[in-house]
Write a protein that binds this ligand. Structure first.
Ligand SMILES: [Fe+2]
Length: 346
């Protein structure tokens, strides 16, 4: 078995490959690491045939949908997953064939209703069902401490104690553990009475993960995260540096239209000398009257450099092929001590 573990903060992803056939599966990939996974697979001589989520994640942005489209391979999740883009739904007792490897599906609801563990040889990918020294929480949507008790004590913990566990999270920097070690030392597993376990789970009082709303929305629907929209726009537009723009403003470059896409009050508080105002919210509707010549070079700027990137991307899509975005925003422009002009300019 070829095996790679990729950490993103506390989130763990796993690349599992068959050495004989060069076929691989990628488990719990995270959106910001797509190039990392593909580079690792290429380095190891593997082709990814399946992208798998062990459950609906609430704490990070899943890369399964995007990778599946990019690679032309199926998204695999448990049949209880609410995500409409799942191509291959699997159930308890089934296997995913990864070359000569067999990933056995154990449905282990509790952390979420669609949680599953995957057993391959002597390794168990536990998702958030069993963590190093902990279990997944049960207070997020579809969580159920009674179901987690059954999944742990009737299923996972009855497997061979020598099996290594590979959870979807490791916040403590632990490297390895086995089912036997967890049974002996995991504090959450020491209360083996259902009522005591459920009471413990119900009293954890954990804070909500960051981005929980956006992560659940995008992971359940296949919709895009804000960071993904920004990354796609940034990948498709050129940028101009603050210093380059300053030089062009100083030399009164007549070729360049500086387009300030903030709201009017921000613009009137202080804008780049010569900049025109066209708020992002009115961009599409006013573009014909404001920018009649699509062959002009246009530079979009905003306060922080994100909205201007989206605006530049939109303008390029609308047929302004020489649009660029400012690398930075008005905040950085002011901090650099570059000139600003208050009031109305154009
Ligand atoms: Fe989770």
């Amino acid at each position: 078995m070829i095996f790679e573990q990729i950490a993103t903060g506390g989130c763990q992803s796993y690349l599992v490959g068959c050495a004989d056939t060069c076929v691989a599966a990628l488990i719990d990939p995270e959106l910001s690491q797509i190039d990392h996974y593909l580079a690792l697979a290429a380095r190891d001589g593997l082709r990814i045939h399946y992208v798998i989520d062990t459950h609906t994640h609430a704490d990070h942005f899943s890369a399964t949908r995007q990778l599946a489209r990019q690679l032309g391979v199926p998204v695999v999740m448990h049949r209880a997953s609410p995500a409409p883009f799942v191509d291959m739904r699997v159930g308890d007792g089934e296997m995913i064939a990864v070359g000569k490897l067999r990933l056995q599906v154990l449905h282990t609801p509790g952390h979420t209703a669609d949680s599953m563990c995957l057993l391959v040889e002597d390794r168990l990918f536990t998702g958030d069902t069993l963590l190093f020294g902990a279990t997944g929480r049960t207070d997020l949507p579809t969580g159920d401490p009674n179901a987690l008790f059954d999944s742990l004590f009737d299923r996972v913990l009855k497997l061979d104690p020598g099996i290594g566990i590979f959870p979807a999270h490791d916040y403590k920097g632990r490297q390895a553990s086995t089912i036997g070690q967890e049974l002996a030392t995991n504090p959450r597993l020491q209360k083996r009475e259902r009522a005591a376990f459920v009471a413990t789970m119900n009293s954890l009082n954990l804070s909500m993960p960051t981005h929980v709303t956006e992560a659940l929305r995008t992971n359940m629907s296949g919709g895009k995260a804000v960071a993904q929209l920004l990354a796609e726009a940034a990948a498709a537009v050129p940028f101009m540096s603050l210093a380059e723009l300053k030089a062009r403003v100083d030399s009164a470059d007549a070729d360049l239209i500086v387009l300030d896409v903030r709201e009017r009050d921000a613009y009137e508080d202080g804008h780049i000398p010569g900049a025109r105002l066209l708020p992002r919210g009115q961009l599409e509707l006013r573009v014909n009257e404001e920018l009649p010549d699509p062959t002009r070079r246009i530079l979009a700027c905003c306060e922080l450099g994100q909205v201007s990137t989206l605006a530049a991307f939109t303008l390029r899509q609308m047929g302004f092929p020489y649009t660029v975005a400012l690398d930075g925003g008005m905040k950085a422009w002011r901090e650099a001590g570059y000139p600003v002009k208050p009031g109305r300019d154009a």
